[in-house]
Ligand binder design. Structure first.
Ligand SMILES: [Zn+2]
Length: 533
C-alpha cells in the first residue's frame, strides 16, 4: 500500500480551534484510505509518493447531500433543451433533434427553463408545429413540470372532460382542453409509463458521465436522492464495471400511494446492495416528497398563494400518513430524507420526524429535510431541537428569474424574503448540509459556496437577505463536515485515523474575491486515499 504525502499546501482540516477558527497545517500523509499524520509529523515519516501542492488549498472531499446522478448523466442522450432563451427556441431544437433521430419512437428532453412561458404554462401546439406525428415529452429543470405535444396527450388519454389526479395537475385551457403542461407525478407519471425504458448500456454511460462530473468537482460522496428499483441494479452493475469512484448513498423513493407494499422492497434493496460488497455503495435512506415546488404553485404552504387565494399548494402526503410511513422505515433503521419546499411541507416533515423519534425512541438517526426553502418562524428552532439536518442547495439562494418570474408573484414580497434562511438555521445550532440537486442546478460545490457567501447574481448587484450569508469557512464546513455527518461518517474532518477523502484546489477560497470562488480550479481529488481526479 503506497503512502502519499501532500505538502506545501494550506491543509484546512475542518477542526475548530478554541475561538472558532478552523485549524490549518501544511502537509498531510495518508495510506490505504486513512489519514496517518499531519504537519511536521507527516513530513518526518517516509512517503512513497510526494505531491507538491504549490501553495494550493486542501480540504476534506466535498459531499453532495442531494443530487440526481442518473437524471444528470442521461440528459445529454436527449434533445438539448437546456439553457435555451425562449419556448420557440426549445421547439426548434426539439424539431431538429427529431429529424436527426428518425427512429426514436419518443422525443425526450430534460432541463428546459420553465420560466419562459407566462405562468409556466407551455402549449402542446408549439411542439406540434415541429413534431406532429411522434410523442414529445420534455421535463423542466425543476423536475416537477413537464411539457408534452398533442400526440403524447393523445397516447396518455388526456382530453376534455378528464378527471384530475389527486397528486398532480393536468393544466387545462379556458375550454377545458389539456394545454400540454403537466405538474407533479400524478399528472406526468402516466405519460412516462408509456416511454420505453432507457437500456442498461445507456444508463452505464450516464453513470460514468455523472461520476466524472462529481470527482472533477472535488466530490467524494453523494446522496442519490431519488432511486427506484431498477436504479439499484444500475448502480451495482456500474460499480462492478469500475465506473463509480466516489461513494454513493441511495435514497429509495417512497410512493405515497403504495409505501406499505414498498417497505419489504426497501429492505430487500438494502440487503442486495450490502451483499454486493462494494465499499462505495449503500442504500439505507428513504426519500419522501412532502410537496412540489413553489414555481408551479405545488409547494405546500401554511397560508394561501397570492395569485391563487383558494390554494395552499399540493402536499403529496396526508400528514398522518407521512407520520406512519416515516415511523415505519425509521423503525427498520433507515435514514429519513424528506423533500420539503413550502412552509407547510417543512412543518409536516418536522412533525413526522418528531413522531418517529417519540414512537421509536432515541437513536442516532440523522434525519434530513431537503431544500428547506420556506420555514415558518415557529418551526425554525425545531431543526436543532429534533437534530434534523437542514439540507440546502445554496446555489438557489440568489434572486434570479426563478424568483422574479415565478416565485415572488406567488409568494408575495414578505414570504419571498424569508427563503433559504441558511444563516439563521445554522446559528440556531442545527446541523446543516449542502447539495446541488443537479441537474436542477450545477453540481459544482465551489459555485454553491460562492452563492452561500455572497447571495448575489453579479459583483455589483444587490445581496439578497444579507443576514443569511455564510462565511467561506461556514460554507466549506456545510459542504464537507456537514455532508459527512449526513453520510454517517464519524470524523468529517482531516485528522489522523479519518477517511482520506481530500480535494486539492488551486487557490484558497477564503482569500480570493468571493465572486471568483467558482472559478478556482480543482487540481486533484482523492476518495478513500485513491486518486480519482
Ligand atoms: Zn431533488
Amino acid at each position: 500500500m503506497a503512502t502519499v504525502r501532500i505538502e506545501n499546501a494550506t491543509i484546512w482540516t475542518g477542526s475548530p480551534l478554541p475561538g472558532g477558527a478552523i485549524a490549518v497545517t501544511d502537509s498531510v500523509l495518508f495510506e490505504g484510505g486513512r489519514i496517518l499524520a499531519l504537519g511536521a509529523t507527516a513530513k518526518r515519516l517516509v512517503a512513497d509518493e510526494v505531491i507538491d501542492a504549490v501553495g494550493g488549498f486542501v480540504c476534506l472531499g466535498f459531499g453532495d447531500g442531494h443530487v440526481h446522478p442518473l437524471f444528470g448523466g442521461l440528459e445529454p442522450q436527449f434533445a438539448p433543451v437546456r439553457d435555451r432563451a425562449s419556448a420557440q427556441e426549445i421547439a426548434e431544437v426539439v424539431g431538429r433533434w427529431a429529424q436527426e433521430h428518425p427512429t426514436a419512437e419518443w422525443i425526450r428532453g430534460e432541463g428546459f427553463d420553465h420560466t419562459l412561458a407566462p405562468n409556466g404554462v407551455f402549449m402542446a401546439a408549439w411542439l406540434d408545429a415541429v413534431v406532429p406525428d411522434r410523442p414529445v415529452v420534455l421535463r423542466a429543470t425543476d423536475y416537477h413540470t413537464v411539457w408534452v405535444n398533442s400526440e403524447a396527450l393523445r397516447r396518455a388519454g388526456y382530453q376534455r372532460g378528464l378527471v384530475q389526479p389527486h397528486d398532480g395537475e393536468i393544466v387545462l385551457d379556458e375550454f377545458g382542453d389539456p394545454t400540454g403542461t403537466l405538474r407533479e407525478w400524478g399528472a406526468w407519471r402516466p405519460v412516462y409509463a408509456l416511454v420505453p425504458e432507457v437500456d442498461l448500456k445507456t444508463r452505464m454511460i450516464a453513470i460514468a458521465q455523472a461520476n466524472e462530473c462529481f470527482v472533477s468537482a472535488g466530490l467524494t460522496w453523494i446522496q442519490d436522492a431519488w432511486v427506484e428499483a431498477t436504479d439499484v441494479d444500475t448502480w451495482i452493475e456500474a460499480d462492478r464495471s469500475g465506473l463509480v469512484t466516489c461513494r454513493v448513498a441511495m435514497a429509495l423513493w417512497a410512493d405515497p400511494n403504495s409505501w406499505r407494499d414498498q417497505v419489504e422492497q426497501f429492505v430487500t434493496a438494502r440487503t442486495k446492495v450490502d451483499a454486493a460488497g462494494s465499499p462505495r455503495l449503500v442504500a439505507n435512506t428513504i426519500k419522501f416528497f412532502a410537496d412540489g415546488v413553489i414555481e408551479s404553485a405545488t409547494g405546500a404552504l401554511l397560508e394561501p398563494y397570492c395569485d391563487c387565494p383558494h390554494s395552499k399548494g399540493l402536499p403529496n402526503w396526508q400528514p398522518d400518513e407521512l407520520k406512519s410511513a416515516v415511523a415505519a422505515i425509521d423503525a427498520l433503521g433507515f435514514q429519513t430524507h424528506i423533500h420539503a419546499i413550502g412552509d407547510g411541507a417543512a412543518r409536516m416533515a418536522l412533525d413526522a420526524i418528531e413522531h418517529a423519534s417519540v414512537i421509536n425512541g432515541a437513536r442516532d438517526r440523522r434525519p434530513v429535510i431537503a431544500h428547506t426553502q420556506l420555514v415558518a418562524d415557529a418551526d425554525l428552532g425545531r431543526f436543532a431541537e429534533l437534530g434534523v439536518i437542514a439540507n440546502f442547495e445554496p446555489y438557489w439562494a440568489k434572486f434570479d428569474s426563478w424568483q422574479t418570474e415565478l416565485t415572488e408573484p406567488r409568494l408575495g414580497a414578505e414570504r419571498t424574503n424569508r427563503q433559504f434562511m441558511i444563516g439563521t438555521i445554522l446559528r440556531s445550532g442545527a446541523p446543516i448540509s449542502f447539495g446541488s440537486d443537479w441537474p436542477v442546478t450545477t453540481y459544482a460545490p465551489l459555485a454553491g459556496i460562492q452563492v452561500a457567501v455572497t447571495r448575489k447574481m453579479t459583483a455589483t448587484g444587490p445581496t439578497w437577505m444579507p443576514q443569511e450569508c455564510l462565511t467561506v469557512e461556514e460554507a466549506l464546513l456545510a459542504y464537507t463536515s456537514g455532508v459527512a455527518f449526513q453520510a454517517g461518517d464519524s470524523a468529517g474532518v482531516i485528522r489522523p485515523g479519518a477517511r482520506a477523502d481530500l480535494v486539492w484546489l488551486a487557490a484558497d477560497p477564503r482569500t480570493v474575491d468571493p465572486m471568483q470562488i467558482e472559478n478556482i480550479a480543482v487540481l486533484g481529488t482523492w476518495a478513500d486515499g485513491r486518486r480519482v481526479w
